[in-house]
Design a binder for this molecule. Structure first.
Ligand code: URP
Ligand code: ZN
Ligand code: ZN
Length: 460
């Protein structure tokens, strides 16, 4: 099967030019002006942007969390991702206390296998690092292609590990060529503030926000960075939200320490006024919480300065019924919000169209850097001869309004209800196959493949 995409404006992390792309089978086989080839399918991309398929490095599909399951499973969640131009997602396998990492992997494989529309990979979340867990790291990296290990410095009693476990894990992961990633907030301070608010009868969603002030993120970010410095581990901080945390990364750069940073689209687009809406604010109860306008500014600047490399969604939707479990106690509201479908169009609309970032930067943070950091480049993350033909034909002029009534998330509310965006993924190809065309789905579930990732030795 062959496809010719004609006359598109091809954007990579470094280039911007108009050419044709010839695809044979699953990969790009030629790029050039006026290619003289015959193809089974011809797509005219005149006036459109042609982008590498998006990679969302942080999603939670069908995740058991806080007494519920995130409401998008592998089928609905990856289909929503594809509608929005994200062709690869990295989800989190989460170890249960007392069980092995391989036990968790088998459980997650059972949920995903045969159901996935997009390509996908796994991070392994280590919640119980001990002598047994330690022996599994080598094979997870070498045999399973899972080279990134997630840790939590918060959610004590369920997900959090202590600093001793953290440095032990870092040393082991370093030995075998992986990277340690982290949810960096100080769980003990947060738990103290939560208890204090509850004792005072402060039970509305606003107090979720007030129990996680910026300092809790700044402190944990600095501590994690110091542990990575001490052990020499590759390090990546997920969902960074705040100016204080960014400044800890800048401090590390002064001693020539490389720390990779992810932010999420909601932290760029929304501000803390979402917590002024009574119980409706439960829609945006997530950790860390949405922050101030000054933090938004700091995040945009950090993207342009290269302090932030990747843009994710931390897609973790819950049905409103589940959110309502916390109607009288914010600690019972499952943390997370939907967004997997909207990352590409929101960053184009709010970032590129409003002149905050370049198109090359958009491609870099939505695709290329994640592929490089997590061992998928150049198979994924770019448009080049030999790379997977994961391609988004993006119409920069299409205006539309985001709403729960039209999104593809399996979630009965939108975190962006009524938000008008400019730009839309029109045609999405995954490994050479047209998967989405003007909203209609052309592939079956199960087309998505697991991506085995390589060891991470010289990242970026
Ligand atoms: O609130 C969030 N972010 N839910 C998902 C779990 C996590 O901390 O990433
Ligand atoms: Zn987190
Ligand atoms: Zn998350």
């Amino acid at each position: 099967m062959s496809t010719l995409i004609k006359n598109g404006r091809i954007i990579t992390a470094t280039d911007d030019y108009t050419a044709d792309i010839f695809i044979e089978g699953e990969t790009v086989s030629a790029i050039g002006l006026n290619l003289n080839v015959s193809a089974d399918t011809i797509i005219d991309a005149s006036g459109k942007l042609v982008l590498p398929g998006g990679i969302d490095p942080h999603v939670h599909l069908e995740m058991p969390f806080m007494g519920a399951f995130s409401s998008d499973n592998y089928e609905t969640g990856t289909l929503a991702a594809m509608h929005g131009g994200t062709t690869t997602v990295i989800d989190f396998v989460i170890q249960s206390h007392g069980k092995s990492l391989y036990d968790a992997l088998r459980e997650w494989q059972g949920r995903a296998t045969g159901k996935v529309f997009s390509d996908y990979a796994f991070h392994m979340a280590v919640t119980d690092f001990n002598a047994d867990t330690q022996t599994e790291i080598k094979d997870l990296i070498g045999k399973e292609g899972i080279s990134s290990f997630k840790t939590f410095m918060a959610y004590k009693g369920s997900l959090m590990i202590d600093d001793r476990q953290m440095v032990g894990l870092m040393k082991e992961v370093k030995k075998h060529g992986g990277i340690v990633t982290v949810h960096a907030t100080n769980g003990d301070i947060i738990d103290y503030l939560v208890a204090e608010n509850k004792a005072m009868g402060n039970l509305s969603p606003l107090y979720h926000y007030l129990s996680q002030p910026e300092i809790t993120e700044t402190e944990a970010t600095g501590r994690f960075i110091d542990m990575a410095w001490q052990t020499g581990s590759n390090s990546y901080i997920v969902h960074m939200t705040s100016e204080g945390a960014l400044n800890k990364v800048r401090d590390a750069q002064k001693r020539d320490q490389k720390v990779f940073v992810e932010t999420c689209i909601q932290y760029l687009v929304l501000d803390a006024s979402v917590y002024d809406r009574g119980f409706e604010s439960a829609k945006w109860v997530m950790s860390p919480p949405i922050r101030e306008k000054k933090d938004q500014k700091a995040l945009w600047a950090a993207i342009n300065q290269g302090v932030v490399q990747t843009l994710a969604t931390d897609h973790c939707p819950f049905m409103w019924e589940d959110k309502c479990k916390g109607e009288h106690d914010f600690t019972k509201i499952p943390n997370g919000a939907p967004g997997i479908e909207h990352r590409m169009e929101l960053i184009f609309s709010e970032g590129v169209d409003k002149g905050k970032i370049s198109l090359n930067k958009m491609v870099d943070i939505t695709s290329t850097s994640s592929a490089k950091i997590f061992g998928m480049f150049p198979k994924k993350g770019t448009i080049a001869v030999g790379s997977d033909a994961d391609i988004v034909i993006f119409n920069p002029g299409t205006k539309h309004v985001l709403s729960a009534s039209t999104h593809h998330h399996h979630c009965d509310y939108s975190a962006y209800e009524g938000h008008e965006v400019t730009g839309k993924a029109e045609t999405v190809l995954l490994r050479g196959k047209v998967a989405i065309d003007h909203g209609s789905v052309k592939i079956q579930k199960g087309y998505g493949e697991f991506v085995k990732r390589s060891k991470l030795t010289n990242i970026l």
